[in-house]
Design a protein around this ligand. Sequence first.
Ligand code: ATP
Ligand code: MG
Length: 460
Amino acid sequence: MPEGKIIICDDEKEIVRYLKKILHSLGYAVDTYTDGQTLLDRLETDPAYIPDLLVQDINMPGINGIETLRKVRGLRPELPVVIMTAFGSIDSAVESIKLGAYDYITKPFPIEKLLGTLDKALEREILLKENQRLTEELISSTAPGEIIFTSSTYRKVYDMTLQVAASEANILIQGESGTGKELIARAIHFNSARRDKRYLTINCAALTDTLLESQLFGHLRGAFTGALTTQKGLLEAATGGTLFLDEIGDMTLALQSKLLRVIQEREFTPVGSTEIRNCDIRIVAATNKELEREVAEGRFREDLFYRLNVITITPPPLRERKEDLVPLTLHFMKRFSARMKKRVDSISDDALRLLKEYHWPGNIRELENIIERAVILAGTNRITVDLLPIRTGTGARVATCDDGDDSLESVERDHILRVLKKNSYHKSRTAAILGVTRKTLDRKIADYGLTIPKNSFEAV
Ligand SMILES: Nc1ncnc2c1ncn2[C@@H]1O[C@H](COP(=O)(O)OP(=O)(O)OP(=O)(O)O)[C@@H](O)[C@H]1O
Ligand SMILES: [Mg+2]
């Protein structure tokens, strides 16, 4: 399907008219020039004038074709140029190729020949643009983030990360939302022997099956509706490097088996192709689902799970490493102060106590957001309780308490009971909603003397 703007530059008006008519009828936008200087003037004075292709004659009066080409290359280095030469002037054809023309065609030519050349030149331009986009995305996404911690709990995770980074093993990162899984994935790549190669990431939950497959494996032109050009997949783009598969728990079974083949056989087939390609890629995957349960319930392939699960890293939730709260809070205060061009460098005791008591269901991402908001709102250099949109206990204080007792314990007790009831006393689900472990919930139930009706869920 043609697209784009083509420029024709030739002093023979007959040819210009003829080509314009044909290209127009094929759906291209066409601009015509009958001498080189007028074209150069336009390119020079109008930087927004960015055509997709130039078809240029080499034998023109006035400023000659070679000179025109040389200047066009200076003004629009990316513009593909197809040169038309008269039969017998092979020298100028060769010179134009040396100057960077994409191809040349000898007059007189059958129109099909020209169209074939134009097609290839345009397709190449689209591919180049696509590659450039991929590279830009890559550059913006490769800065390894700074990992802040002091707790011994996180120290273990961090040491393990560095240790396994050096190996070639595929790694699974399993943890609650916002615990820093992506940060760990980056750390693995940038501490591995593959650090000079690409680190690419893809979110399996964000794309439809078809798109995810073609993004991973690439596709041939016409492989499906909308596949206008042949495109490389991430497996090829990141060859020698690391591919981070985020939210792998959301990948469909069909794609899981294709991924298994990549891991086991180190090969894959682009969409719409029958050709088998080899790949050299390290896979790091992350999920906030319990993959064991997904396997037990038939939503995740067991063999793939075992392949990925050779090494699992589990960043602990923030509430299980409260020592990290202060350094993380200071880190985010510093970062957002700098970004907002403010100086917010202290925090009141009350505010700090509140942060320490809160149970952080959204983990570090939630802390990051809350500190960002507080820095924006702060009228002084200090973060105070009123700038924090959280309350202790469960995150949302229960407004009414029958006995008028709104001590922390009482609010927490009521809230736990309410969530338990709402979930038919299903303990695991309740624990997940409250953002605590099953063990913590059991302890609280015992501490508060809550009664669980018989016949209720005691499920895992
Ligand atoms: N130890 C840490 N030090 C500094 N910043 C951190 C740390 N851990 C996480 N963060 C920051 O917290 C935010 C959330 O981290 P990240 O995106 O890695 O979490 P995630 O586990 O992938 O979350 P989700 O499951 O929601 O995708 C990011 O902005 C990250 O930079
Ligand atoms: Mg993530």
